[in-house]
Design a protein around this ligand. Structure first.
Ligand SMILES: Cc1cc2nc3c(=O)[nH]c(=O)nc-3n(C[C@H](O)[C@H](O)[C@H](O)COP(=O)(O)OP(=O)(O)OC[C@H]3O[C@@H](n4cnc5c(N)ncnc54)[C@H](O)[C@@H]3O)c2cc1C
Length: 375
């Protein structure tokens, strides 16, 4: 929200399409639930709606004399020496070239701009798949209160083999989310008929199974299995006029729910650096790499290893969350709240947060790596 506040009217526009989330309800197979509340609510909204709100503000603010939007055109190649990006119109398949003074590659985890960085000297980028895969779920609106599916909460379920469901309400009262599962065992991906899907959810996630109509079970079968990869680069700029931001620069696992925040924070930081350097692009893009790399790497590390795969450590994780909350309430000067609360505060850099919780992250990393090698 801090980033949006910098553009007049944008915070209000985004709030109007958002929901507040005040905690997480953990559901057990036997119907029992436990609630982990948050000190400060999270903002939840649909990614496409956010993109539309940003685009609307942009086109309202600048007229055709200053702004040209090549909507839905795909960047296929970048020539850094000529300062040109090649785009393709998806309907006509016609290629065209645009000149740039500054190229900001905000084209997501599979960034073509980043791919073009690979042909430049000394650029290194590590891409790593997270061990789990996921499929999306969409459920109709219903009176869900009797099943403890209160609005304003993240609803989560987890099986011993780490297969998990996360669901959130949308503005229209429907719910959507993901089922994540170990990629190698692929039990969810192998469900090939609607009846198998319904049986699987009814047995393992009864509240989800109850709400799932046959049409959604059929759509679930047809939906592809997706994977998330994390990205670590050794710089985010190329020469004096190209920059990577957001997932293109530092894609992370969604475990901590920070990908979007980090992308927006990139913009705030680059804006600040431009001001500090009197809009000198060459200095600003280089400074962005210098300042942002430690935080980006810290975020990748925390997103990979905040959540344990082992059942024993997962119980410890839940207990730690509860204890941290109580201790912080009693002795706020001495004890920090949980990692999830602290990371959502924009007063702490990701490097600082990693420093506060480094022992837990190291413990989970050791355990997760052992389990991943064994699987
Ligand atoms: C299952 C899942 C759950 C998530 N949950 C959360 C969450 O709870 N909270 C959170 O903060 N983050 C979450 N994330 C991460 C979040 O979605 C991303 O971190 C965030 O969207 C990054 O924004 P971005 O603008 O960098 O990239 P994107 O949102 O990926 O946007 C990239 C844009 O570039 C366009 N594009 C791509 N290639 C090209 C090309 N060649 N030419 C032109 N345009 C191109 C795309 O169409 C898209 O519009 C989740 C991600 C996943 C996969």
């Amino acid at each position: 929200m801090k980033a949006l506040r910098n553009i007049e009217g944008l915070e209000e526009a985004v709030k109007a399409i958002s929901l507040e989330v005040t905690g997480t309800i953990i559901h057990q197979k036997n119907g029992k639930t436990s609630l982990i509340t948050r000190q400060k609510p999270l903002i939840s909204l649909d990614r496409t709606r956010l993109a539309i709100a940003l685009l609307e503000k942009l086109t309202q603010k600048y007229d055709d004399s200053r702004l040209k939007v090549h909507f839905d055109c795909e960047c296929t190649q970048v020539d850094f020496a000529k300062k040109q990006a090649k785009l393709q119109n998806p309907e006509t398949k016609v290629d065209f070239t645009v000149d740039y003074n500054l190229l900001v590659g905000a084209d997501g985890a599979r960034s073509v701009v980043r791919e073009s960085f690979l042909s430049t000297e000394n650029f290194e980028c590590q891409q790593k798949y997270v061990p789990s895969a996921y499929k999306s779920i969409f459920l109709p609106s219903d009176n869900n209160l009797e099943r403890n599916l209160q609005p304003g909460k993240i609803h989560s379920w987890r099986l011993d083999d780490t297969t998990s469901v996360l669901l959130l309400y949308q503005l229209d009262g429907t719910m959507s989310g993901v089922v994540t599962f170990p990629y190698k065992q692929n039990q969810v991906a192998s469900l090939s008929h609607a009846q198998e899907v319904l049986k699987f959810f009814n047995e393992n996630f009864p509240e989800v199974g109850y709400l799932m109509p046959t049409s959604e079970a059929e759509a679930f079968v047809a939906r592809t299995v997706s994977r998330v990869s994390t990205i670590r680069c050794n710089r985010f700029h190329q020469g004096a006029s190209a920059l990577l931001i957001g997932d293109a620069a530092h894609a992370v696992s969604p475990a901590l729910g920070q990908g979007c925040n980090a992308a927006l924070e990139d913009v705030v930081i680059f804006d600040k650096i431009l001001d500090e350097n009197s809009d000198n692009l060459a200095q600003a893009v280089e400074q962005f790499s210098v300042r942002r790399l430690p935080d980006a790497h810290a975020l990748v590390e925390m997103s990979d290893y905040a959540f344990p795969l082992s059942k024993r450590l997962f119980i410890e994780f839940i207990l730690r969350q509860r204890i941290a909350k109580i201790l912080h309430r009693l002795f706020p000067q001495k004890f920090l709240p949980s990692l999830f609360e602290v990371i959502s505060e924009d007063t702490n850099s990701y490097s600082q947060v990693l420093d506060y919780y480094k022992d837990w992250i190291a413990k989970v990393k050791k355990s997760n790596e052992k389990l991943t090698v064994r699987a």
